[in-house]
Write a protein that binds this ligand. Structure first.
Ligand code: 5AD
Ligand code: SF4
Length: 464
């Protein structure tokens, strides 16, 4: 649906003949980061110039997240700040657009709540942003595009618009069909749509030739990957389309391949087999449990219970390769009792995660869980959050200290935040590693002998 409210103010569009500068501020998940890169590619191709701050922009776009209420509130605050700025070309406030999940979900009501917004771009309208901006600059007001992607659109991201010259996000599946009762994503991002494998493989080969060292295959549920045709994976064995894709992608020779997020119910043991066959498939699995209580998991409509989850977790832990395991947990889902929470504590204890992302339940209008009574009081949520965090800290301390004396392979990404003499990067198992720089440059892959485990990072010395 494209809604245009035709209040053609004769804004003199001449002043826009100079190429406008566009700034995109990104909130939320890696999918939004990837969408921003795609939007920037299209804008640059259409002649716009990308800029890295709102203060130097003629057009400011907010790529928004609606997964929790806090992220939504942050955007409204930022819009308030940006409206006070002055565009270098027009000397008026910049043109303000809202894209991403909040745009898709709220559409017109954003204009009602925040009249300062000029343009609303849904999650599948990314490629149409240049022409939408042009129309607003030409005087159209109240422009909203919540339509689907058009047939034949391909995922095109220019290296110049990627966040990093060494690590690239490669979307393999968009949307979600799972409808977990707490989650807004199926509403904001629509149904699952897998990219063609041949296109993914070609993109990774191109990234490799450009010097990229690591790719992250991304999607709400990467292991639900199900393309329409087998083109691109036809020569690769595997029990599921995703494990065939993993083998096909590993064969590109890209040095490091990570993938996130995995959905527990679709986590086939063949994924672990693929990781065992190909060393360039990295030793890290992100498998969100959300809760350890069967009663709550049922109410969350996750499609797994704690026994299923633990069985899949065991398959990962028993691998010939030591695989790092991380997870997400929601605290204070409606009706969560002390007993339910204890079950979550037990599950976390059993899984010994390498990292855990803990979220307080946030009620999302329009989701089935929003209709449930029995909200957990905020004080109780905080107390449970802190108890789980303390448990995870103690587990992590043990895991991180066990790395002392081991050598890990690190992709050097930047100077360390703590010291100019140190560099920082990620291990293949996705831990932050700091080490004494000694001439290493971003983009190098180095071996580091770990000498110390910190709460959320490792410290070590270069080997050789
Ligand atoms: N409240 C709190 N956390 C949520 N998540 C998704 N929806 C909600 C919500 N309504 C968390 C889940 C998911 C992660 C990306 O965000 O843990 O795995
Ligand atoms: Fe949300 Fe569940 Fe889909 Fe993940 S699997 S995006 S939590 S609905």
């Amino acid at each position: 649906m494209t809604v245009v409210c035709n209040q053609h103010s004769q804004t003199n569009s001449l002043r826009y003949l100079m190429k406008s500068k566009v700034y995109i501020e990104t909130f939320g998940c890696q999918m939004n980061v990837a969408d921003t890169e795609r939007a920037a590619t299209g804008l640059t191709k259409a002649g716009y110039e990308m800029t890295s701050s709102a203060a130097t922009a003629d057009v400011v776009l907010f790529n928004t997240c609606s997964v929790r209420e806090r992220a939504e509130r942050k955007v409204l605050r930022r819009i308030g700040e940006v409206r006070k700025l002055s565009s270098p070309t027009t000397h008026k406030r910049p043109l303000i657009g809202v894209m991403g999940c909040v745009a898709q979900l709220e559409g017109q009501s954003i204009f009602d709540k925040t009249p300062v917004v000029d343009l609303i771009v849904g999650t599948r309208a990314t490629d149409r942003i240049p022409s939408l901006i042009e129309r607003v600059q030409g005087g159209e007001a109240g422009l909203i595009d919540l339509d689907d992607r058009q047939e034949g659109e391909v995922w095109d991201v220019s290296p110049a618009e990627r966040r990093s010259p060494y690590v690239a996000f490669v979307p393999i599946i968009e949307g979600c069909n799972k409808f977990c009762s707490f989650c807004i994503v199926p509403f904001s991002r629509g149904r699952e749509k897998s990219r063609n494998a041949a296109e993914i493989v070609a993109e990774i080969l191109r990234l490799r030739s450009l010097g990229y060292k690591e790719v992250h295959l991304i999607g709400q549920n990467v292991n639900s990957y199900r393309p329409r045709a087998t083109e691109g994976v036809q020569h690769y064995p595997g029990a599921t389309p995703f494990s065939r894709l993993l083998r096909a992608v590993a064969n590109t020779g890209m040095e490091r391949i990570k993938f996130t997020t995995s959905f527990p119910r679709d986590f086939h043991p063949d994924i672990v087999s693929a990781l065992e066959e190909y060393p360039n498939l990295c030793d890290w699995v992100h498998l969100p449990a959300q809760s350890g209580s069967d009663r709550i998991l049922k109410s969350m409509r996750r499609g797994h219970n704690s026994e299923d989850y633990l069985r899949r977790m065991e398959g990962i832990k028993k691998s010939k390769r030591r695989l790092s395991l991380t997870s997400d947990i929601i605290i204070g889902f409606p009706g969560e009792t002390e007993e339910d929470f204890e079950a979550t504590m037990r599950l976390v204890q059993q899984c010994e995660y390498d990292a855990l992302y803990i979220f307080k339940y946030s009620k999302r209008a329009g989701t089935p869980a929003a209709k449930l009574d029995d909200a957990v009081p905020e004080t109780e949520k905080t107390a449970r959050f802190m108890a789980l965090e303390a448990l995870q800290t103690s587990i992590q301390e043990k895991i991180y200290n066990a790395y002392v004396g081991r050598v890990v392979s690190v992709l050097v990404e930047r100077e360390s935040a703590r010291s100019k003499d140190d560099m920082a990067g990620h291990s293949t198992c996705h831990k932050v590693v700091n080490f004494r720089a000694n001439q290493t440059q971003p983009g190098d892959i180095v071996d580091v002998m770990i000498s110390r485990g910190n709460p959320n990072s490792l410290y070590g010395e270069l080997v050789g």
